[in-house]
Design a protein around this ligand. Sequence first.
Ligand code: AMP
Length: 396
Amino acid sequence: MKKILVLNSGSSSLKYQLFETDGSAFRVIIKGLAERIGIDNSNISYQTENGTKETMNIPLENHEITLKAIFDILLKTSLSSIDELWAVGHRLGHGGEYFDKSVVIDDNVIEKIYETKDLLPLHGNAFILGIEAMKNLLPNIKQIATFDSAFHQTMPKEAYLYALPLEQYEKYRIRRYGFHGTSHYYVSKELLKIMPSAKKIISCHLGSGSSITAIKNGKSIDTSFGFAASCGVTMGTRCGDIDAFIPLYIMKTQNKTADEVNQMMNKESGLCALSGGYSDTRDIEKRYNEGDEKAIVAVNIYVHNIVKYIGAYTAEMGGVDAIIFTAGIGENSSFLRQKICDRLKFMGLDINQDANQLRSQFVELSTKDSKIKAFVIPTNEELVIAQDTYELCANA
Ligand code: AMP
């Protein structure tokens, strides 16, 4: 049995999961989250597979100290020695055009990750912090990187190239990259296990960040995130698609800096702005049902934009066999799924009301006679990372 630690590093948070595997079955032994790294009141929590939970308020000045705290938790609960760790898999936000699959991390890979760090305005180089910290603590452990953009590297040029002067792509690599790739890959693969005939799939990853992907013959051919993870459908606090001239106009006429506009578009927009301060769809749904005007407008815009992408991707693929809902909203919000599916009735989508009440589980929403199938498939990006880590390390 091999033990694989999967890390998802943010600038002030670090999620971790410890897997045990023989290469075919993957079991999560313990998982947890460190929050407020480098900020006051930091804390670290864990939950073991038998349900033991604990949250500790301890100072976590940086990612290396946080990793040491994670090691202490692993030693207390799951490992007799840290040498039992066989490999580490990291979630990376951006692989630029360098990576179309997971890779073993070496100096060359680290150099390329640094090259792409500015491409993610919300996350910057946060993902690399976990890699560097692990390298310092366990210099000989094998580390693997799985990239959120990798699955979308199959997009054709007409989907990824913007109509800007070609130099912007050729010299500066400005193009559509797409993100949430690990999630879109996982849920589409899970669907294909039970519906191998699904040649045209639309995967809707709807969470605090959201993206929609058109998957033809198992490959991503278009996706709603673009150069950055801010465009596409309306999100919790991100604006999604807006006219490209708006930020320029705001900067010019309101005397705002690029950083201020970035902050506005990514942290102060989306459902939060439209609903008057609510980015969680549970709050918005409640207010919608109470007749709150802003919540109603927010929901209508949210649904409108998702339906628009589903329509566009159906046209791009020349039809759709199945639609997948995943992530926090996609897996849990019967209310929003219902509203989206109602708008797709014209395409022959018919959903079962009882099935749509279920949450956080793999379920077929569509009725037997529905022309298009629809499913809720819980995503599991950490499992993909653990599986890729095993494959790459076992064959290294
Ligand atoms: P994620 O980014 O995938 O973790 O999704 C987080 C978002 O999912 C939250 O901000 C909520 O808007 C939404 N969410 C989580 N649980 C529920 C629920 N039970 N009903 C509706 N929305 C939910």
